[in-house]
Design a protein around this ligand. Sequence first.
Ligand code: FBP
Length: 548
Amino acid sequence: MTKSALQIARAAYQPKLPKALASGNVKAVAGAATQSVADQEAIKALFPNTYGMPLISFEAGESTKPAAMNVGVILSGGQAPGGHNVISGLFDGIKKLNADNKLYGFILGPGGLVDHNYMELTADIIDEYRNTGGFDIIGSGRTKLETVEQFEKGYEIIKQLGIKALVIIGGDDSNTNACVLAEYYAAKKYGVQVIGCPKTIDGDLKNDMIETSFGFDTACKTYSEVIGNIQRDCNSARKYWHFIKLMGRSASHIALECALQVQPNVCIISEEVEQKDMSLDDVVTYIAQVVADRAAQGNNFGTVLIPEGLVEFIPAMKRLIAELNDFLAKNSEEFSHIKRSHQRDYIISKLSPENSAIYASLPDGVARQLTLDRDPHGNVQVSLIETEKLLSEMVATKLDSWKKAGKYVGKFAAQHHFFGYEGRCAAPSNFDADYCYSLGYTASMLIADGKTGYMSSVRNTTAPAAEWLAGGVPITMMMNMERRHGEMKPVIQKALVRLDGAPFKAFAAQRDRWAAETDYVYPGPIQYFGPTEVCDQPTKTLQLEQAK
Ligand code: FBP
């Protein structure tokens, strides 16, 4: 494998650990019993073996040394920078407990467990991947672990390999499934522990005990670097409006964090759009007004950040998509015989008057995407909708009408971007390298202490790493009941952007100034070596949330 100069230098980086873990001798201290965030009775009934367990914190002290054991690890879902460091922290942790301990990686996600596809992760392999981005050490996948057949197939290979504990590195859904699996193995008395680790660039797996999901820091810094570069280009040529869509699935944490880092002219926050019951036209009018006001000052350029999940948060669009899903599911045969050039009119003639009017107002390309790109369940894949083009085309149309009415004098030319995959496998920032290594190491301590159904937790993350607090949180504590595919299910509560939270408030207090003025910030690339204020800053989101 040919390595870049940075990769070679970075391999030597020793991630920092919380003081208690670095001490070498670690004891687990149990806190008070816990309960789920909501629906306590229902969750308790579904998780009789793993409900109500205490919070665990690790302190320096006499530790118990368990007998030699084997551990399995799975990377689940979308990539996030730092996954390899979770695995190397876990590896170092179990080797410290006993040099004979072994680590097995299941290949390409949870499917590897079910299909018995695995490899042993030896020291040589681990050393190749320390402090690197990506999940390629064992690969990742999106198979959901949710059926008894899958649990039993998994148990077969777990037994065969003598695995005592399984670590699942994933987002809210994967950790929900980790908890269901922990409960199942506990109920069956199989003696297999299951531990989760909080992963996702989306930043939506967080609560009082999980301050942030790993990967969010590096991904946001990577996007902010590129947005900063675009802003400098934009401010140099002064002739384009850049519409930039950012990944993040439903939640707008990534867009908000990037806005705080780069100070764009516009950033839309889906959660606010929903709360204010804004229509698509309201969003378009808001952007067009900023464009017009800047044009009046002679500034025909700017930047607009758009979270990828926006369309789902516009109540009227949600209703349109729901009706389209139903209609096309029932009439797919007839629809497939309609000539492409007539499809738009056909749909307009079939929908309810309200949805038909909205559909008719959409640009051609987006209208087509809404009818074509469906997932295997028949749903529109909203992440494929080019929201950045939808908004810029609608803004252009609105500006034309304002021009005719004498309300706008200016030029509007747009460029479009979508940033997502660019940031998911970036080399982890110092924060993510340290945080991930600590999460993995903490997971090994939870295993040593015999815990199951816990998520690895590292807190106090705006302080230097030595002051971080390592421990475990029962996953049932984060759960509530939600309707999924028509049924009530226990799931980890997803954390959307809180409009009463400090990050949103800081953004809202400054956005009008950012819209009018050109006060761009250019964060530049992530730095791995150099002054601590350049290399070790956590996200603005964390700094604002944790500010005392
Ligand atoms: P996870 O929720 O699994 O961490 O994935 C995050 C994410 O990057 C989202 O931001 C994005 O919508 C989705 O994955 C894209 O999925 P895919 O990798 O399957 O294209």
